[in-house]
Structure formats: C-alpha cells, structure tokens
Design a protein around this ligand. Structure first.
Ligand SMILES: Nc1ncnc2c1ncn2[C@@H]1O[C@H](COP(=O)(O)OP(=O)(O)OP(=O)(O)O)[C@@H](O)[C@H]1O
Length: 365
C-alpha cells in the first residue's frame, strides 16, 4: 500500500452502519449514552407523559408499578426506557430476553430470585417458548408460579409465591403477542420513529457526553441520515467524530458530517449502498417496475430475504418503493432521490413504475 493513502474510513465488509440492531461496538458505548431519567429521554412525548403518570401514581400509592409493554422497532429506546422505569421507581432491574428463556424452568429460576418491587425487563418477549409464556401469565396476574416436579403421572405442581414485581416486556411486533399475554399488561407504550429535530437533540446530547464539538448544522446533517433511530444517530456520530478528528480540526460541522458519511456511503436520506443498489436496479434495469422480488434480488446479487427484510422496510417507510401484488414498484420520490427522470408512458401520465390500471410489466412474477 502506498504511504499516505488513508483507508481508515472504509467500513469492514458486512457491517451495516445504518442497521438498527445493536452490534458489538454499540453495546460497548451505549451504556454511557443512555439517558438516566425521563427528563433526559428525548422525544416519544406521549409515551413519556403516560409513563410518568403510571409511575408517579404507583409511587404515591407505595405500590409496585403495573406491568408495562413497550413496542417498537429496534434502537428506539425500549431498553433505555426500562432502565429509566426502574430508576424512577428506585428499584433494581433484571434484564433478560425471550430467546434466552427456552424452558419454563429458566423463567421460574429468574422469577423466584426477584426481590420486592424489582423490574424484570424481558426483551423480545414475543420469542419466548410457549411453556414459559404460560408460566408468565400466572406470575404476572397472581405473583405465583407452579413449579412442576417430576414427570408423567407422578408429576406434582408446587406453588411458589413471588414478591410483587414489574414486568417490562419489549417487542418489535406487538401483533405477534398472544392476547392473553397482551391483556396482562396494565400499560402499553408504542414507540415511534423519531423526527429529525428530536434526533438532532439526541446527537447534541451524545456529542456532549463523548466530549465532541458539534454545531447545529452538523447535528442536523447526522440526524437527517439516521433513519429515525437514536441508535443509528449515535453510531453515525461516532464515525463522523473519527473523520472530524483525522481529517479536520475535530469539530463536527455540516460539511465534515456530509463528507464523512459520504465515505461510509450513507446518503442524505440515510440510504446505504444496499438500499441504493436495490433502487438503482429497480429504476435502471426495470424502468421502475413492477418487478418480482426474486428478479430484483438476482439483479443486485443478494438473497431474496436480504432484499425483502434488510433493504425494503426502510425504502417502503420512506415512500421510495411500494410492494404490490404485481411486484415491486418505484415511486416518483425514488426517481427524484436518484436524480433520474421516469420514462413517460403514452399520454404522459407518470412513469412506467406507476403503471396504469391493467399495465403489466414483463418482469412481474
Ligand atoms: N429517547 C432517547 N433519547 C436519547 N437517547 C436515546 C433515546 N432512545 C434511545 N437512545 C439511545 O439509543 C441507543 C439504543 O437504545 P436502546 O438500547 O434503548 O434501544 P432498544 O429499543 O432497546 O433496542 P433493541 O430493541 O435493539 O434492544 C442507546 O444508546 C440510547 O442511549
């Protein structure tokens, strides 16, 4: 390699800078960036206000707070909020997750070691095993579990009293929870994606904690590319910080943020290389669609599932791509975003992608 050539800013292959699920690096720094109380928690006004009431009322009664369900996409602050709930109640917190509880016995062991008023945070609660889920119903309602000892006809149920505790369940898919479980939560908070102005506040706050100077425009630039998600905002901030430190004077301005994120291939709207590859193929190769998912996946050299589960949700949310029974279609915003002009259909009404009634693409599946 030639001396002086800087390759520091090329992300390792496979890593997705705009992925919402925590990676190893995030886990190491997230603890330091988590807001510690409700007043520090940015955005989610409605959930915050409702939760504030639930917790204040419980404190006034000297009671344990009702069970709380938090639903929303990864990285929106469910774990953070569960820690705040415990802090506001002056209670310890135990953190576990649905996939970690495969047997009812795993859950019984956790429940029986809780102390009075403790908060049990159960992430990905929709992924718990069925027997554990059934045990949880009784634990939530009656603060009691039946521990089964032995097997077959000789098995006996030994009732075990539990101290009152608050279960905070988190799920990315509230619709997947069986109604008996959903009904046992006294309060459900639905977390929304954050507005750019809220993410700017997250970025400014995190920059303060990381001791990085960021001006308002720099924070806005990072926020605009963060896909409505604080975890992504914090991750982009860290990468921009590296760039500002090495390539500039360490201060994050709009210019340094834009340049840094260009190096990382995160564009002004938060699309990364994969997202843009899907859109580009849809526009350039298939005239905006409709085109079947498998064909689109082959065109970008990815698995069908990767396109469907990794790239498409954000493209759909951003109004750049539509999933239709006839196949994937690019919206006018997609053409605009990639700086391309849609081909005109006869009569001049919109692009091929918008296809008139009955229009069927050669590429639809
Ligand atoms: N409202 C907020 N204000 C400030 N920072 C936030 C907020 N919400 C989340 N964050 C930050 O984003 C990061 C991710 O948050 P958190 O781990 O709570 O998300 P999550 O919804 O639990 O994600 P997952 O579902 O993947 O577990 C944390 O570092 C946290 O500091």
């Amino acid at each position: 390699m030639k001396a002086g050539v800087t390759v520091d800013f090329v992300p390792p292959p496979g890593e997705r800078l705009v992925g919402a699920v925590a990676d190893h690096d995030d886990q190491a720094v997230e603890a330091a960036l988590r807001p510690k109380d409700l007043s520090e928690f940015v955005g989610q006004e409605r959930v915050r206000e409702q939760l504030d009431l639930v917790l204040k009322a419980a404190r006034q009664r000297g009671a344990t707070a009702d069970h709380i369900l938090l639903s929303g996409a990864p990285g929106l602050g469910k774990t953070t909020l569960s820690m705040i709930i415990a802090a506001e109640m002056g209670a310890p917190i135990r953190i576990t997750s649905g996939p970690a509880i495969q047997h009812a016995g795993d859950l019984a062991a956790i429940l029986s070691s809780l102390t009075e008023g403790e908060v049990l945070f159960l992430d990905e609660i929709h992924r718990m095993s069925r027997p554990a889920e059934e045990m949880l119903y009784m634990a939530m309602e009656d603060f009691r579990v039946d521990v089964i000892v032995g097997k077959g006809p000789g098995a006996t149920a030994i009732p075990l009293e539990l101290p009152p505790f608050t279960l905070v369940g988190a799920t990315t898919r509230a619709g997947l929870l069986p109604p008996p479980l959903r009904d046992r939560f006294g309060f459900t908070g639905h977390m929304e994606f954050y507005a750019p102005a809220e993410l700017e506040r997250v970025v400014r706050r995190s920059a303060g904690l990381l001791d990085v100077a960021v001006d308002d425009d720099g924070a806005a630039e990072i926020a605009g590319r963060s896909r409505g998600t604080p975890r992504i905002a914090n991750r982009l901030l860290r990468r921009v910080r590296d760039y500002a430190q090495v390539k500039a004077d360490g201060r994050i301005t709009r210019e340094t943020a834009a340049q840094a994120l260009e190096v990382y291939e995160v564009d002004a709207r938060g699309l990364d290389r994969l997202d843009r590859a899907v859109l580009t193929a849809l526009l350039k190769l298939f005239g905006g669609g409709p085109v079947g998912l498998s064909t689109l996946a082959v065109a970008v050299g990815e698995e069908r599932e990767t396109v469907e589960e990794v790239a498409e949700p954000f493209l759909v949310r951003e109004g750049l791509l539509a999933r239709t029974p006839r196949g994937r279609i690019a919206t006018p915003a997609a053409w605009e975003h990639l700086g391309m002009v849609p081909p005109q259909v006869a009569g001049g009404a919109g692009g091929i992608g918008q296809g008139g009634p009955g229009q069927r693409s050669l590429f639809a599946e």
